[in-house]
Design a binder for this molecule. Structure first.
Ligand code: NZQ
Ligand code: ZN
Length: 390
């Protein structure tokens, strides 16, 4: 086990009706806030009215900004930051999925930063320049990204066809409210995409060649089994509270830093490859991951890392028949079949993507050199995975 610091500061209010604590929790941190949300979902399911009621009850001054896109845009970040500066706001309350929370984080940085966050931070990754931000809080409505409990923000620049992320401890929300009942209105397509995204976050940390942090590996296997059990239940029966609750909590734990504590390295190749797909084709993150991940698994599997796939096959899928190669390959096949059972396509061509931008995307993915922990991959490797995913 490598040394680590365990410090995950977001206060979580989990469960039915926790929104009733929103006003009081917010008041602990701010009296002037930006209320940020997406398009219509929170108005349709009644959450918007409850949020407004809570803010009014505590006399919290709020300015609204709505219309955050899935794959949130840098333009919205800039617009929100201007609003925060003009109105002298202290906290951004994101009510929605990962896109809204990520956008809130971009705004929180830009509102306190004199330069341009896109160039300096999202592109050039100078995260040490993030020294002061507005506060963030969230009411989560879609289980997928873990943004409600981490310091990441992923933003798209459609003019430049780029999608890039930042990370800072300062961007971890002060609190997040997780009421599973508000995820019951998430449609099948987004539910499936969320399930794949959660599993992918676990894979990215589970699949590293080193065998360190035994406990964390077992925790991750438990999370994967939870999603494999409850994912299809929520998919078929959207109002199943236990399924929605278990998926929601797993989504937060999967990417709040806990699973990778004590591990030497984590992978993140599938994510970097997917961000290029969303940047160029505006596809849903979880769908892109669902297509790429089993192809990535098949590509990286070799004798030096097979033990990780064997652990995965035995401990997650209960595959015990055959030699190690059979177990590893069967586990990859099971992963694909599971995604297919949620109507996630297997090939990029099924979502209208051709091979015309593969070289450009592979170049961007490897612009800082080789990537990956399970296996170090260069430009040619990435290009090959895109090609086999076609
Ligand atoms: O805009 P509204 O009307 O709210 O509709 C949204 C949106 O169309 C809808 N939705 C959300 N909650 C709903 C609902 N519909 C009905 N009922 C509800 N309760 O779902 C659609 C997708 O929302 P979005 O926020 O885009 O989904 P998700 O949470 O999957 O976020 C995806 C974004 O997060 C990034 C992705 O790249 C992508 O841009 N990621 C962020 C990460 C992080 N911050 O740590 C890590 C991830 O790997 C990922 O990269
Ligand atoms: Zn993801």
């Amino acid at each position: 086990m490598e040394n680590f610091i365990y410090d995950i500061p977001t206060r979580i209010l989990f469960g039915m009706n926790q929104v009733e604590n929103l006003g009081k929790e917010t008041k602990k941190h701010a009296t002037r806030i930006l209320l940020l949300y997406g398009k219509n979902s929170i108005k349709k399911n009644g959450l918007y009215d409850r949020v407004i009621d809570q803010l009014n009850k505590e006399n919290i001054y709020f300015v609204e900004l709505s219309g955050v896109d899935p794959n949130p845009r840098i333009e919205t970040v800039r617009k929100g930051a201007e609003l925060c500066k003009k109105e002298n706001l202290e906290l951004i309350l994101a009510v929605g999925g990962g896109s809204t929370i990520d956008c809130a984080k971009g705004i929180a940085v830009q509102a306190k930063y004199s330069g341009d966050v896109w160039n300096d931070l999202y592109m050039d990754k100078k995260f040490n320049l993030i020294t002061d931000t507005l506060s963030i809080a969230s009411v989560l409505t879609l289980a997928a990204t873990g943004s409600e409990m981490n310091g990441n923000s992923v933003i798209s620049n459609m003019e430049e066809n780029l999608k890039q992320g930042i990370n800072s401890y300062l961007l971890r929300p002060k609190f997040s409210i997780l009421d599973p009942t508000y995820t019951m209105t998430v449609n099948q397509y987004q539910t499936a995409a969320g399930i794949v995204d959660i599993m992918s976050h676990i894979f990215e940390q589970y699949f590293s060649a080193d065998n360190k942090a035994y406990l964390q590996s077992r925790l991750m296997e438990g999370m994967l089994k939870t999603i494999i059990h409850f994912g299809p239940i929520a998919y078929k029966d959207p109002n199943n509270y236990e399924a929605r609750a278990n998926i929601m909590w797993t989504s937060s734990l999967a990417l709040n830093g806990l699973p990778s504590l004590g591990k030497k390295s984590t992978d993140w190749v599938s994510h970097q490859m997917e961000h290029e797909l969303s940047a160029k084709y505006d596809i849903t993150h979880g769908v892109g991951l669902g297509i790429l991940t089993p192809h990535w698994m098949n590509y990286v599997l070799d004798s030096s890392n097979i033990h990780r796939f064997v652990d995965y096959g035995k401990n997650v899928w209960n595959i015990n028949e055959g030699d190690n190669w059979n177990i590893a390959k069967e586990a990859i096949l099971k992963t694909r079949e599971f995604f297919t059972s949620l109507n996630i396509p297997e090939h990029l061509s099924q979502v209208g993507i051709d091979n015309s931008k593969f070289e450009e995307m592979a170049k961007i993915v490897t612009r800082r050199g080789k990537i990956g922990a399970m296996k170090q991959l260069d430009y040619n490797d990435i290009l090959e995975i895109y090609k086999t995913s076609l």
